[in-house]
Ligand binder design. Structure first.
Ligand SMILES: Nc1ncnc2c1ncn2[C@@H]1O[C@H](COP(=O)(O)OP(=O)(O)OP(=O)(O)O)[C@@H](O)[C@H]1O
Ligand SMILES: Cc1ncc(C[n+]2csc(CCO)c2C)c(N)n1
Length: 258
């Protein structure tokens, strides 16, 4: 079984030479509080999408992160490549502003059965110029801490697209899936993340999960929703390994640096 490596280098202000990621990043901004580190995600990404009302967040909140700069300069610097969704939340002035700058507006008003995040992920999967999708990593900003139905919808999207690397982010947390098809090595970036973490079986019970590097390691342990799940766990050092017969959610706290 192959090892999948995970490392949140996209949260580092400068990435050490020996930790340059081999991944290509895309960013999706959702319609919830823009994390304070969004400019770092923007810099790491080669493709930037806003899911419908996510464009309002870039327009309204990006200038607040640069209080000494002129708001319209900041807005012009952070121009999304694509705005996609049913477009019932984006404000007209925001739509007009980015249309004038040349952003592609993709309107799928007719589809009321999939979320705007789902539409953005499908778009990236189908059109991102990355031939090997295992080298693609989609960062999703503003995915957690808001309306619970939206949060669950966002978690469902990472389960639906379980063969893609997708990372849900808020100011406080990072979440991604650890597919059962791989053993996982998580390199902890202790300057920006941890120590609080969790491993949660999603969708079905796990008969056997094993970890190293956690305060409360699992050792061929059974986990299930309604039974044992590993929350309020802690990372001990800079390397965590996980192997399971089920897809698990990995969550780690983010430090309040920004
Ligand atoms: N409060 C929130 N918490 C987490 N994610 C959110 C929140 N609000 C929106 N999102 C995400 O941002 C995307 C775009 O949001 P937007 O408000 O434009 O969607 P929407 O389809 O109009 O939502 P709804 O009709 O359910 O209010 C959603 O698909 C969802 O993934
Ligand atoms: C069973 C079921 N529940 C909810 C919706 C509503 N819905 C789900 S995604 C979406 C689009 C949001 O932009 C909407 C309106 C549905 N279609 N089917």
């Amino acid at each position: 079984m192959d090892i999948m490596h995970h490392s949140s280098t996209f949260l580092l202000p400068t990435i050490p030479e020996n930790q340059r990621p081999s991944l290509t990043y895309a960013l999706v901004v959702l319609n919830h509080n823009l994390p304070r580190f969004t400019p770092l995600l923007w810099k790491a990404a080669q493709l930037r999408l806003c899911a419908d009302g996510g464009a309002n967040r870039v327009y309204d909140e990006m200038p607040l992160l640069f209080p000494r700069e002129d708001a319209s300069d900041v807005r012009r610097r952070y121009k999304p490549d694509i705005i996609k969704g049913d477009l019932d939340s984006i404000r007209q002035e925001v739509l007009d502003f980015y249309t004038r700058l040349g952003t592609r507006i993709v309107d799928k008003t007719d589809d009321q059965d999939s979320t705007d995040l789902h539409k953005c992920i499908a778009c990236i999967r189908d059109f991102a110029p990355v031939s090997d999708k295992s080298k693609l990593c989609i960062l999703v900003a503003g995915a957690l801490g808001g309306r619970f139905d939206h949060e669950m919808g966002n978690l469902n999207v990472i389960c639906r697209f379980s063969s893609l690397r997708i990372i849900l982010l808020s100011d406080d947390n990072l979440i991604h899936l650890l597919p059962k098809t791989h053993r996982h090595e998580i390199h902890i970036q202790a300057s920006v993340e941890g120590p609080h973490c969790g491993l949660i079986p999603i969708g079905m019970p796990s008969k056997s999960s094993t970890t190293t590097g956690l305060q409360w390691d699992l050792n061929n342990t059974e986990m299930e929703f309604g039974g044992l799940v590993s929350t309020s766990n802690m990372v001990k050092g800079e390397r965590v390994t996980v192997q399971s017969d089920c897809n698990l959610l990995w969550t780690i706290s983010l430090k309040k640096l920004w």
